[in-house]
Design a binder for this molecule. Structure first.
Ligand code: FEO
Length: 395
């Protein structure tokens, strides 16, 4: 895509990345890609908001030049230092060495760590403004959403919020970057997966940031990833408020690991029982086959959660341990949770589940159901009882 006009003087100069397979080195994006959105305000003074990942810097600079021609760039506003938005700074400075870099007091130490840049810095604080001519920009700090230095930039004239990671999503827009020219339903899951995996740990701070931004008149939202919201910014605002407040929908996720099919059989029995109980959507995931980002995305959405795993050398099945680690981090304190474990030849999975329950302050629906090998008649009855308790808990 070429540079795209958003307002009279405001342009998208971002890029789509289909080359990176793992976002942050761990979250799969090879199917749908991701966009790194950057923007130019072509006023008396030229300001650029954020760069892109360095592997796409040439394309980004070409787009900037297609808008400003031979004009110089006066300011680079660094809303966020994570390298998906900042690593193109080296190439940008090579092209425009006199740029003044705008950030806050937490931006510059990180910039020094990553790129050893210490000159031409302009520090801004909460509420500070920067006049470009026609446009005046205002800055608001949004610490820990996503890093300590994170801030957003607001164009007070056109009511455009450059919101950095906030309101972002996985999935690179194809053909058009605008909300009104895309199928919003197709972005729902990528937005939730992005939120749950990247921002979920700091949902509390995200909610604070959203409350702060609630005081601003927002006409257009320009995030650093995903769609530009010019037609219906309320759609993404409402979705982010709901996710940050950890509001859930009816339904249950069953995430399980299974070495030889015994725990899988228990999980499938539970799924049928839950359906019979009328709990709504039931999602069944094998943690060894589905990347945890997709599982976490659905966990963020649904109120009920079952975790099941076999014991492995006296501990829990390692792929489940990985999911428990991430769930401890993002917390599932708004969920109703049930557990089932397979004894194998030693037990042990139950110990790990118990430790998780205690440390993550999980709201459990019942004791951990321990199954010895293949679920027998008694186990099936116990699984049906668990399903009933879950249905009651999430009503
Ligand atoms: Fe898209 Fe936190 O960087």
């Amino acid at each position: 895509m070429n540079a795209v006009k958003i307002k009279e003087d405001i342009f998208w100069v971002g890029v789509n990345d289909y080359q990176t397979t793992l976002f942050e080195g761990m979250w799969p994006i090879e199917q749908e890609g991701v966009s790194y959105n950057a923007y130019v305000i072509n006023d008396e003074k030229v300001a650029i908001i954020d760069t892109v990942k360095s592997i796409k810097a040439d394309e980004y600079i070409e787009k900037i030049k297609s808008i400003i021609g031979n004009k110089k760039v006066d300011y680079l506003i660094v809303n966020h230092m994570e390298p998906d938005h900042s690593s193109g700074i080296i190439e940008l400075l090579a092209e425009y060495p006199d740029i003044k870099i705008v950030g806050n007091k937490k931006t510059f130490p990180i910039m020094n760590n990553f790129y050893q840049i210490t000159e031409n810095l302009h520090e801004v604080c909460e509420g500070d403004t920067l006049c470009l001519g026609k446009h005046t920009l205002q800055f608001f700090m949004t610490p820990m959403v996503h890093w300590p230095e994170s801030m957003v930039t607001y164009d007070t004239i056109d009511k455009v919020l450059f919101s950095m990671d906030v309101f972002g999503s996985f999935k690179a827009p194809v053909g058009s970057i605008f909300d009104d020219e895309n199928d919003l339903a197709a972005f729902e899951e990528p937005t939730r997966r992005y939120y749950a995996c990247i921002v979920g740990k700091v949902a509390g701070q995200a909610l604070k940031a959203l409350n702060k931004l609630g005081g601003i008149e927002i006409g257009t939202i320009c995030p650093s990833h995903g769609l530009i919201w010019r037609d219906n910014p309320k759609y993404i605002l409402d979705m982010y408020v709901k996710m940050s407040a950890k509001e859930t929908d009816p339904g249950v996720v069953i995430a399980y690991g299974s070495m030889y099919g015994c725990t899988q059989k228990a999980a499938e029995t539970l799924a049928i029982a839950l359906k019979n109980e009328g709990v709504g959507e039931v999602k069944l995931y094998n943690v060894a086959k589905t990347d945890i980002s997709f599982i976490i995305s659905d966990i963020w959405k649904y109120k009920g959660l079952f975790l099941g795993a076999p014991s492995y050398y006296g501990q829990i099945f390692p792929k489940m341990a990985n999911l428990l680690y991430k769930l401890s981090e993002i917390k599932v304190d708004n969920h109703k949770v049930g557990f089932f474990a397979d004894y194998s030849w030693s037990g042990g999975a139950d110990k790990n589940f118990s430790a998780f329950i205690e440390c993550a302050k999980v709201d459990v629906i019942d004791e951990i159901l321990m199954i010895k090998g293949t679920p027998d008649e008694q186990d099936v009855l116990a699984l049906n009882t668990l399903a009933k308790k879950m249905a009651e808990a999430i009503k």
